[in-house]
Design a binder for this molecule. Structure first.
Ligand code: SIN
Length: 279
């Protein structure tokens, strides 16, 4: 199927720019085309959107149920919208390293819609990596080994009490007592929309392979992490005020680049509930 209602331009190894749509007002045929583009490209980038928080929520609800984040400070009056903020006097940002949101949940989130309200003139880009393209470029031998592995994920070391950055993130990330999740997922999943195989491990939340020690797991995980993060699998998105990126957590990693100290960056994030992931 082609696209009649929207224009879709691939951005690189992952992601596509979508134009010809106002996200606050579009019909169901357009939604079907957006679903197709999302399945094909894993991240959709939109420019020049003018969304109120209500528009953002309404756009998200056309895709499914919203996951109300346990840890992020919410936008005042909108518990469904997490605030992704770095003030000029803050050094640490949110999401400053490769990760996949919510892999520590038994049923991981489908993806997130991040909308730019205030961005620095230079810097503050977000990197995306395709975990599907990265799977495709592994050898048959390693694919075979990974097909029998399960990975253990956790939120405790990132969002729990005594997490490394707990103090620096105060006011932005909270509720550490809710960081009790550990989850097991196949190391390679079949993507629920596209049917592609995807490497489902990430440096943010994956601890080890099931039945392996941390020490035994580390070399293989490190190999996979450097493999997924290679430029051949990634795209770097530069934000403008009014940009929205909608990414699929089951097919991508992302990394918010922290290179804009002294400037303010404010984005609104809505995360969508997903479905169980399977090999
Ligand atoms: C995140 O990890 O959700 C934040 C991404 C960003 O700020 O670019």
């Amino acid at each position: 199927m082609g696209y009649d209602k929207i224009d879709v331009t691939p951005a690189g190894p992952v992601g596509a720019f979508v134009s010809g749509v106002d996200l606050s007002d579009f019909d169901n045929t357009t939604l079907d085309e957006l679903r197709q583009a999302f399945s094909e490209h894993s991240v959709l980038f939109f420019r020049n959107q003018n969304l109120t928080p209500e528009d953002h929520i309404a756009f998200a609800e056309r895709w499914g149920d919203i996951n109300v984040n346990r840890f992020f400070a919410a936008v005042d009056g909108y518990p469904q919208i997490a605030q992704v903020l770095k003030e000029p006097d803050q050094k640490i940002n949110i999401g400053g390293g490769w990760h996949t949101d919510h892999s520590y949940d038994q049923i991981p989130a489908l993806g997130s819609m991040l909308y730019a309200r205030e961005v620095p003139a230079v810097g503050g880009d977000t990197l995306y990596a395709s975990t599907c393209a990265a799977y495709d470029t592994l050898s048959d031998g390693l694919k075979e080994t990974l097909s029998g592995l399960t990975a253990i994920h956790s939120s405790r070391h990132v969002f729990g009490r005594n997490a490394e950055r707990e103090e620096a993130m105060s006011g932005r990330i909270g509720n550490p007592d809710a960081a009790t999740q550990d989850a097991e997922h196949p190391a390679v999943i079949t993507h629920p929309l596209s049917g592609r195989k995807s490497l489902y491990v990430n440096p943010g939340f994956t601890l080890r392979f099931k039945g392996w020690t941390d020490e035994e797991s580390a070399p293989l995980l490190q190999y996979l992490y450097q493999h997924i993060g290679q430029p051949e699998h990634t795209y770097r998105f530069s934000w403008e005020k009014g940009s929205l990126a909608f990414w699929d957590n089951r097919a991508t990693w992302h990394w918010a680049v922290n290179d804009y100290h002294g400037k303010r960056r404010l984005l609104h994030r809505i995360t969508l509930e997903g479905e169980p992931v399977a090999a």
